[in-house]
Design a protein around this ligand. Sequence first.
Ligand code: IPE
Ligand code: IPE
Ligand code: MG
Length: 231
Amino acid sequence: MIPTHVAFIMDGNGRWASARGMKRNEGHRAGTENIRGIIRHSKNLGIKYLTFYAFSAENFSRPVEEVGFLMKLIPEFFNREIVELTQEGARIQIIGDISQFAKPIQMVLRQAEKLTRQNDTIILNFALAYGGRQEIVQAVNRLIESGKKQVTEQDFSDALYTGGMPDPDLIIRTSGEQRVSNFLLYQSAYSEFYFTPVYWPDFSVDEYDKALADYHSRKRRFGGLDADENH
Ligand code: IPE
Ligand code: IPE
Ligand code: MG
């Protein structure tokens, strides 16, 4: 089975650079250059949704020099990739509280969303200034503001940044860390997780295929039983 929605925790840029005697920021640059191939391969396989965890709400606590570099790299990435992504029929959506970003960066991000709004070959979510707990709290506040006294699971998931999108089938985390780090907390209830020691800039299409093959071999039960287990 090919997953409908794959999400990536793109971790290990800093260690990739350090291992090469380079500055951490060079790892971030290499990391952004790895994204294009992953998108193209996903599109060729018919995967419909991708989510990239690019900058967490907690990443603001990094040294100003690193945060400053990332704040340059993020708009640069969108300005560079937008033409090709548009041609490929990709729709860009930002999830996270980007009101914390400087106005010109917000404008680049909103523009990328606007320019690709009509596309539907592949949907790309970029999680920026994103935190799963913050997302849940903002959903609660949105629902309170709407005047609801009671909510259904549907109301709640609609109020998340990912409202209207299917939950991730597969979440891939690179760099050897085996934790969620505040990513898609509500949406990952039944996601399959794949952890690899490979650092994000080295996460090639071959490595991606390994993850997809592993996913293919899994039995998803959603709390039930498979047909062949029911005897
Ligand atoms: C992931 O790489 C990118 C961001 C969090 C922005 P890291 O910067 O976390 O790299 P490591 O984990 O320190 O190697
Ligand atoms: C998670 O990586 C966030 C992103 C990949 C954007 P971190 O490097 O921030 O996570 P921790 O701090 O190791 O949990
Ligand atoms: Mg990290």
